[in-house]
Ligand binder design. Structure first.
Ligand code: HEM
Length: 506
């Protein structure tokens, strides 16, 4: 015991000396020491970790960029950029579709089986999977999916006719989540989630939201090896929730889909990577890879569209004149509900402008968090960034900065209108509409951009053709203050009345 007592001051002393020397190195001698940022972020990952755990990371980074300039050191070995040139340098640069800034291992933690498609950090492995899947996103393949898209949007409309007129209205985030998970399950691997039909969260949706905060904890704990046992909380949470059963069910559904190959109502995104022999691979690694890709397609096709529609409708409901203009454009363009198709909605300029503005004012999770990549040792927006430094963008800050957009914190669709449109407003002439890339760019850009646009245009056009919308009075909502984002956004409650017009039935 006495020996321990003697040894303790020595241990503590060594610890303090090591921390001091490391901090001095990181502050004054590290290759990133010339970049500005909070001092605590330069010497430790604590600032980064707490920021992520708060659910307000995009806002924290925005504050830092507004305080320190266009490049900020947000962790000892990490920079965030905001100018469009930096975004194109980081994400757009590639050689024969192999990205020059590979993704970090923030999500799959180096596992070769868990990369799937979106989390795959190895550019060559990513290219292989992306090449296999991309034909499923081609124009012809998308056409085959259009009837299913209509079916779900129509089901949403029918539910709103029956449920949406009550004085207390319906929960906008809940119903949009159900619409989007139903569509995404169907598109990803012909999986019927039946959320709207059952008026309940499918267990799979509960599962992914159950892990929402946990994903962030895992990502953060990865930076602090001493805290990594936190990861084992997954095991605890698995004990207390029926996760195992849900996973088993998902796996069984996927195996069924693999055996069906081609014999489905419409081709889905998964079709392209189903083994030729239509048998689930016996190699567990291969099967885990397929499960990972299927899950990623499902979540990638679910979360961004649900946030997009939620943000756009929330702002429209708060901007009555804008909502009226859009409603008039839609109702003036279609005599009958059945005339609303993925082709006929494209020429509506105000609809497109409102949706672009919705994407700007609330970018999706990946764009809001930044998409960390590793520098190969090159220049980003004129700054030399040594090899191995983690770089990322803040599309969120760019979207909300007066340097790039006039009146950025307000919903102003007019900024996206063609200049010869009657409602175009020259105050927006200086907006950098081309530099804004919510679907990212380069080899890792969004594959679902086109189908996402179909889904968003069709949903909004059908909803506003059929209903007058109003916020249920007495709600005190400020999504700017109340939004939180971990692995996915947590959307604050908004109750809305859907008042059907007496028009032809569906
Ligand atoms: C509002 C709509 C959407 C937005 C704003 C959006 C945005 C993005 C962004 C920023 C990325 C890059 C992520 C990263 O590099 O980490 C991405 C990737 C991806 N998105 Fe989307 N997305 C949307 C909808 C969809 C939909 C409906 C699908 C359909 C499945 C989809 C499928 C994908 C896929 C497969 C990737 C990975 C591409 C790759 O790594 O090769 N997205 N998306």
């Amino acid at each position: 015991m006495d020996q321990v007592k003697q040894f303790l001051p020595f241990l503590l002393g060594s610890f303090v000396v090591t921390l001091t020397v490391r901090s001095i190195y990181r502050l004054y001698f590290h290759p990133l020491s010339k970049y500005p940022g909070p001092t605590i972020a330069a010497i430790s990952d604590i600032w980064y970790g707490l920021g992520w755990l708060s659910g307000r990371w995009p806002w924290i980074v925005e504050d830092a960029l507004n305080t320190y300039g266009d490049v900020v050191r947000i962790a000892p070995n990490e920079l965030v950029f905001v100018r469009p040139q930096a975004l194109s340098d980081i994400y757009g640069s590639h050689h024969q579709n192999i990205e020059l800034f590979p993704k970090t291992q923030i999500n799959n933690h180096g596992s070769e089986e868990r990369g799937g498609l979106i989390w795959e950090w190895d550019p060559v492995r990513h290219r292989k999977v992306a090449k296999q899947i991309s034909p499923a996103f081609s124009g012809r393949a998308l056409r085959a999916k259009e009837p299913a898209l209509h079916r779900y949007v129509d089901l949403f409309i029918q539910h709103m006719v029956s449920d949406g007129q009550d004085a207390q209205g319906v929960s906008l985030p809940t119903w949009l989540n159900w619409l989007c998970i139903d569509i995404s399950g169907e598109m990803a691997y012909n999986r019927q989630m039946n959320a709207m039909q059952n008026r309940a969260n499918p267990p799979y949706l509960d599962l992914i939201y159950g892990f929402n905060m946990f994903m962030t904890v895992t990502q953060v704990s990865w930076r602090f090896p001493l805290l990594s046992p936190l990861k084992y909380l997954t095991i605890l949470s698995a004990i207390f929730r029926p996760h195992g059963d849900i996973r088993k069910h998902s796996r069984a559904r996927l195996e069924q889909r693999i055996r069906q190959k081609g014999a489905v109502e419409h081709l889905d995104f998964f079709e392209q990577i189903i083994p030729e022999n239509r048998e689930p691979p016996s190699d567990p690694k291969e099967m885990r890879h397929l499960e990972q890709v299927a899950a990623q397609l499902l979540v990638a096709g679910y979360e961004p569209p649900s946030v997009w529609l939620y943000g756009t409708l929330y702002h429209l409901l708060n901007e009555k004149d804008t909502l009226r203009t859009l409603t008039n454009e839609i109702r003036g363009s279609f005599k009958a509900y059945k005339d609303i198709t993925s082709d006929t909605v494209i020429p509506l300029p105000y609809l497109t402008a409102c949706l672009k503005e919705g994407l700007r004012i609330l970018p999706n999770t990946a764009s809001s968090h930044g998409m960390p990549c590793i520098s190969p040792g090159t220049t980003v927006d004129g700054n030399y960034v040594p090899r191995g430094v983690v770089c990322q963008s803040s599309t969120f800050t760019q979207a909300r900065s007066p340097k790039y957009f006039f009146d950025p914190l307000h919903f102003r669709p007019a900024r996206w209108l063609p200049h010869d449109h009657a409602l175009y407003d020259s105050r927006f002439a200086g907006d950098d509409v081309k530099g804004y890339q919510p679907f990212s760019q380069g080899p890792r850009a969004c594959m679902g951009k086109e189908i996402a646009w179909w889904q968003a245009r069709l949903s909004l056009a059908k909803i506003l053709w059929k209903f007058d919308l109003e916020l249920v009075p007495g709600q005190n909502i400020d999504i700017e203050k109340n939004l939180r984002v971990y692995g996915m956004y947590i959307k604050p409650e908004v109750r809305v009345r859907f008042i059907p017009l007496n028009r032809e039935s569906l």
